[in-house]
Design a binder for this molecule. Sequence first.
Ligand SMILES: Nc1nc2c(c(=O)[nH]1)N[C@H]1C(S)=C(S)[C@@H](COP(=O)(O)OP(=O)(O)OC[C@H]3O[C@@H](n4cnc5c(=O)[nH]c(N)nc54)[C@H](O)[C@@H]3O)O[C@H]1N2
Ligand SMILES: Nc1nc2c(c(=O)[nH]1)N[C@H]1C(S)=C(S)[C@@H](COP(=O)(O)OP(=O)(O)OC[C@H]3O[C@@H](n4cnc5c(=O)[nH]c(N)nc54)[C@H](O)[C@@H]3O)O[C@H]1N2
Ligand SMILES: [Mo]
Length: 759
Amino acid sequence: MTDQRDESIQHEGPAGGWGSLKGIGEVFARELSTPAVLETLMRQNKAGGYMCSSCAWGKPTHPHTFEFCENGAKATLWDLTRDRCTPEFFARHTVTELLGWPDYELEMQGRLTAPMRYDSATDCYVACSWEEAFTGIARELNVLDPRSVVFYASGKASLETSYLYALLARMYGCNNLPDSSNMCHETTSVGLKKVIGSPVGTCVMEDFEHCDAIFYFGQNPGTNSPRFLHPLQEAVKRGCRIIVFNPVREQGLVRFINPQNPLQMLTGDATELAHMYLQVKPGGDIAALTGLAKRVLEADDTARAAGKADVLDRDFIEQHTHGFEAFVETARNTGWDEIERVSGLARADLEAAADVYVEAKNVIGVYGMGLTQHVHGSQSIGMLVNLMLMRGNIGRQGAGMSPVRGHSNVQGQRTVGISEKPELVPLDKLAAMFDFEPPRDKGLTTVDACEGICDGTVKGFVSLGGNFVRAIPDRDVMEPAWREQALTVYIATRLNRSHLVHGKASYLLPCLVRAEEDMQASGPQAVSIEDSFSHIYGSVGKRKPADEHLLSELAIVTGIAKATLPAHPKWRWDEWTADYGIVRDLIAETYPHDFHDFNARMFQPGGFYRGNPAHERIWKTDSGKAEFTNPSVMSALGIGDAPGRYHLITMRSNDQFNTTIYGHSDRLRGLEGSREILLINPAEMERAGLKEGDVVSLVGDAGDGVVREVKGLKVTPFNLPDGCLGGYYPEMNALVPLWYHDEASKTPASKGVPVRIRR
Ligand SMILES: Nc1nc2c(c(=O)[nH]1)N[C@H]1C(S)=C(S)[C@@H](COP(=O)(O)OP(=O)(O)OC[C@H]3O[C@@H](n4cnc5c(=O)[nH]c(N)nc54)[C@H](O)[C@@H]3O)O[C@H]1N2
Ligand SMILES: Nc1nc2c(c(=O)[nH]1)N[C@H]1C(S)=C(S)[C@@H](COP(=O)(O)OP(=O)(O)OC[C@H]3O[C@@H](n4cnc5c(=O)[nH]c(N)nc54)[C@H](O)[C@@H]3O)O[C@H]1N2
Ligand SMILES: [Mo]
């Protein structure tokens, strides 16, 4: 049962299939056939091989021959490009000139090859030696107050590098360690932890072989985790039913042709994935979930009245949960009128979806940015947990919560100490191991860091990967403030806009990518990462580095550390750089439960599991039980409806990885050729007096007096709920107010941005 189809305004071809191969070939025709790339792709995501640097989806114990997807291949090809962005390039173009270039053109210059320092006399980045870069950075850091410096990480760097990076920040003197997770799944780290005591998902990959239903909220696997489509397809073939809640009909969740299956490829015989596709309004998930819960309670009433088995798992609720009664009262007292109005969904559809939930023995709740990037996002997660707890769907095989993480090691970075929350880090242990007094005060989140940059209290910013200035909200406010900083340091692979919006002193430090051979004094090095299922894998790069001057991310971190911090017999930066195995031993010593025998286990097929108490029904919450929560609002939006106001979803296309734009084909949505578009449904278009192709602006409607505007957007009809607009991230980021974020975690609310259309 897939409903609400409207092929006239949105193409409905399957995800995967020939299109995915064409998607790779078109962008990368020149690189695709080189032996280096083919060799790397064949080793991708296999034990002893190279772990894809795209998303955080799990790597199976028994991989396919080609265990990579369209977008994983694009990420690898992007890293292994033959193009180089050399010192000569920077000599030809001033920073001011480059600021006028589109993001796409900046990254298209290829891999950075030499350490560069910003020279204000010429307004150019000029090459310098590594020694010069490290001593220059150290000089700046040593005049700044450690509390005024931020050490950001973008979720890609290995566990080994991340561990040392966090150590560097703390030895220097701050806990200012936000990472991309603060714009992403921090809502999970805070919201999920509060209710089940685990900051990460409770499922492992095998659970998808045993579930009977998947309740799937606001995650787009076709684009963002394409290898997830395989287990979803297998599940559907077994009879598992997928109920999708998403304002956008994402093709990956509608139909899928497995590019690894020759028969499907030849016959074009796609698997229908979604059993029901419910186009919830942005932020309407709490209401939708309340509707589901209401129906489950009614089904339980009916069953009991008829003397049948309970629908609720009363033993589980009694033994393992807290707060059930208050939640039941809210669910029963909330009227269907309100549920239908806020969710935009019909009662009959929600009841049918709830019946699927009740009929299923094992249910998994999957979610992504559609839940996390809202002002009341943590309440949405709490509501999904409520639904799961009603029938004991957490902590047993085939059931659980499965947030789908973003960057390939974003979860792992948190695991090994990159966190602004000192209470999450074993500081006493670090103090004893390294003989220093770690700072104990709270560090800055991404939003705090931005506020600090605006009010002048943040004066230095070190960036381990990423494109911070482009990824954050309120870009037009942030860029001028950013330039006032004393120091910016960017460890990067390709040129991006953040590098051009530099502080007074600025260094651009190019690093190896994960697919490249990392040769150190003791020989070639392996690194490790953690996926969405808390499994840890070793990864070995074999490609020749893009340039002989490149250093590994780890060597850059230790280079800065050694130059900045005083010498200390226990701070063995050189030894650690020479042999990453020693760093893994340090990680194992710091986190013995998760990482014991790290070096021995890292190449185990399927990775090694670091475990999760909630998976075993041990609840590390305040009450010691899993918490039913009582939502305080029905809409997850921070700013409600008003005449002329729309809620904008900022979306990823199938041709980008976050701020890295590969091209202009959003193939799965049938949108080609431009990213300067405004998606709106035909009825809303007519009500607003707009025609297809009209060029309009979006202006912010947050009511805080700040002017926010994005110009030059072409009106494009698209299948969306009423009151909802779609536009691309990061182009739309100037419209997101910095203060508009999840109430509990400060994750920016990029999926329900209040805007108006201006002609
Ligand atoms: N190829 C590729 N892969 C990626 C990335 C990439 O950019 N490109 N980015 C990586 C990163 S860092 C991350 S975090 C993940 C992101 O992966 P996802 O979590 O899939 O993130 P988005 O694509 O931003 O949005 C997810 C979905 O939420 C829906 N949505 C919007 N608002 C709502 C709402 O209110 N309710 C519901 N139920 N749904 C809503 C949108 O329509 C969209 O389909 O992917 C990772 N993988
Ligand atoms: N409006 C809106 N804003 C959003 C989002 C949204 O959905 N809507 N999503 C948010 C999310 S989920 C995230 S995770 C953030 C992403 O924010 P970031 O993680 O900061 O941004 P990326 O675009 O992933 O960073 C790309 C850059 O990383 C560098 N890079 C690539 N590979 C490597 C490597 O191996 N090592 C190093 N050192 N550098 C490398 C390259 O120079 C590249 O230009 O954006 C957030 N912002
Ligand atoms: Mo992310």
